[in-house]
Ligand binder design. Structure first.
Ligand code: GDP
Ligand code: IMO
Ligand code: MG
Length: 441
């Protein structure tokens, strides 16, 4: 049974939640491998809307086991809130949710450091979600982090906490002039969390290995996206984890030799939340119109998302870095009313035309987009059941995007609902999950 990685190909919020929820009935397990509660993955089921932050987007399907892998950083308070809210809405977690012993904890001083560091950066701030994700990964890399397993050992937890609080308090007081933390308060709070989470904490790498040995199929759910990856994104305006396909292996403990394919999720245009270069960004009323039609406000922070045209240079880069086999294209409907639709096909940089994404902050910042324009289709795409139902001009737009990024599409999404999805002819998904045909048609 195939093990497939799902990743965002742009700057996040491409609709990974919708795609993972759609595919979840066709796999046995969904495993998150990166990020923390900076993510906001939306699943819409009829009139119900679920925004998942740390829990994988397969959780609404009772037969699907969900794993929070070691590559994820977990804010236990936020996770418990998410768990309680799902249980209240009738979702079963017991027997369906598994948290890696090795996942690092977001501690109360992490969001404080996140906000203090952003304030100090001033004009050069990243525009983080303020959830403490960056500082938690700093501690992980510095070998000072506290992990899920430590929650289950009070002596060890206290020892690590004392070391960390002493160091962080100095940093907060002396560098940032910010409030400090008390070991006892954190200890009491986190021991309560430990009581809650203990039944879910386990060796998820071993579980995944056994499940795969037994023929289970695993979907690896990426958070954030290619252009926010710590190595391959628009550094330093990125998040602090490996959000590209390679992260699926390190972030779960499943070896690369057991992965069978990579599916990218792309919007029919582009959005970005937070600061940093965005060559195909739109300005003025056009950006506002797309933001309004696409409801482009952050699922985690509510911040308005910056909007731009589809960037084929970014698309091709994402195809190369992730080894994309196929792409699910979302939010085509948002462009339905555009008179013309533009696609960025190159960057002008100091007299040259660049056709490969430049991995250099200075070049990306100066790059001027070079567009190809197509006529808008000005007709609703919403009710389309297959590609042939789409307006001819919309089909041409899709064909052009496929050609530019060099990857075939598998799904076209024309609305937030599960049913508003078209399975592409010869969709590569059918090779992995033949049962998708009957569920989507
Ligand atoms: P994620 O972080 O990649 O899971 O994406 P988000 O959930 O943050 O943002 C995607 C938003 O677009 C959510 O509100 C979805 O419900 C919505 N959405 C997903 N696909 C479509 C689509 O094809 N059309 C429209 N109009 N909305 C969509
Ligand atoms: P999903 O999974 C969009 C952005 C933040 C900021 C940068 C660093 O829903 O696609 P961080 O808090 O991670 O240190 O912030 O990354 N960012 C996201 N943007 N979607 C996300 O997640 C994001 N998670 C982080 O806006 O620019
Ligand atoms: Mg999101």
């Amino acid at each position: 049974m195939p093990n497939i990685v799902v990743v965002g190909t742009q700057w996040g919020d491409e609709g990974k939640g919708k795609v993972v929820d759609l595919l979840a009935p066709h796999v046995n397990v969904v495993a998150r491998f990166a990020g923390g509660n900076n993510a906001g993955h939306t699943v819409v089921v009829g009139r119900e809307k679920y925004v998942l932050h740390t829990i994988p987007s397969g959780i609404l399907h009772p037969g699907c086991r969900c794993v929070i892998g070691c590559g994820v950083v977990v804010d236990p308070g936020s996770l418990i809130e998410e768990m309680e809210s799902l249980v209240q809405r009738g979702v079963t977690l017991d027997g369906n949710l598994f948290i890696s012993k090795n996942a690092h904890l977001i501690m109360p001083y992490h969001p404080a450091l996140d906000r203090a560091s952003e304030a100090k950066l001033g004009k050069r701030r990243i525009g983080t979600t303020g959830k403490g994700v960056g500082p938690a990964y700093v501690d992980k890399a510095a070998r000072a982090g506290i992990r899920m397993a430590d929650l289950l050992n009070e002596r060890l937890f206290r020892e690590k906490l004392e070391l960390n609080v002493a160091q962080k308090n100095r940093l907060l007081r002396e560098i940032y002039d910010a409030q400090t933390f008390s070991v006892e308060e954190i200890l009491n709070q986190y021991l309560r969390y430990a009581g809650w989470l203990a039944p879910y904490i386990t060796d998820t790498a071993l579980l995944l290995s056994r499940w795969i040995d037994n023929g289970y199929s695993v979907l690896f759910e990426g958070a954030q996206a290619t252009m926010l990856d710590i190595d391959h994104g628009t550094y330093p305006y990125i998040t602090s984890s490996s959000t590209t396909a390679g992260g699926a292996a390190t972030g779960t403990g499943v070896p690369p030799t057991r992965l069978h394919g990579v599916l990218g999720v792309s919007k029919a245009y582009t959005t970005r939340v937070g600061a940093g270069p965005f060559p195909s960004e739109m300005a003025g009323p056009l950006a506002e119109a797309i933001r309004a039609r696409g409801h482009e406000y952050g699922a985690t922070t509510g911040r308005p998302r910056r909007c731009g045209w589809f960037d084929a240079i970014v698309g091709r880069y994402a195809a190369r870095i992730n080894g994309l086999d196929t792409v699910a294209l979302t939010k085509l409907d948002v462009l339905d009313q555009c008179e013309t639709v533009k696609v960025c096909v190159g960057y002008r940089y100091r007299g040259d035309i660049l056709t490969e994404f430049p991995e250099d902050e200075n070049v990306v910042t100066e790059a001027e987009p070079f567009y190809e324009e197509v006529e808008g289709w000005r007709a609703p795409t919403g009710g389309a059941k297959n590609e042939a139902d789409l307006p001819a001009k919309a089909r041409r737009y899709l064909e052009r995007l496929e050609e530019l990024i060099g990857v075939p599409f598998c799904l076209i999404s024309t609305g937030a609902q599960r049913e508003e999805t078209i399975l592409c002819e010869n969709s590569p998904l059918l090779r992995w999950f033949p049962s998708v045909r009957s569920s989507l048609l």
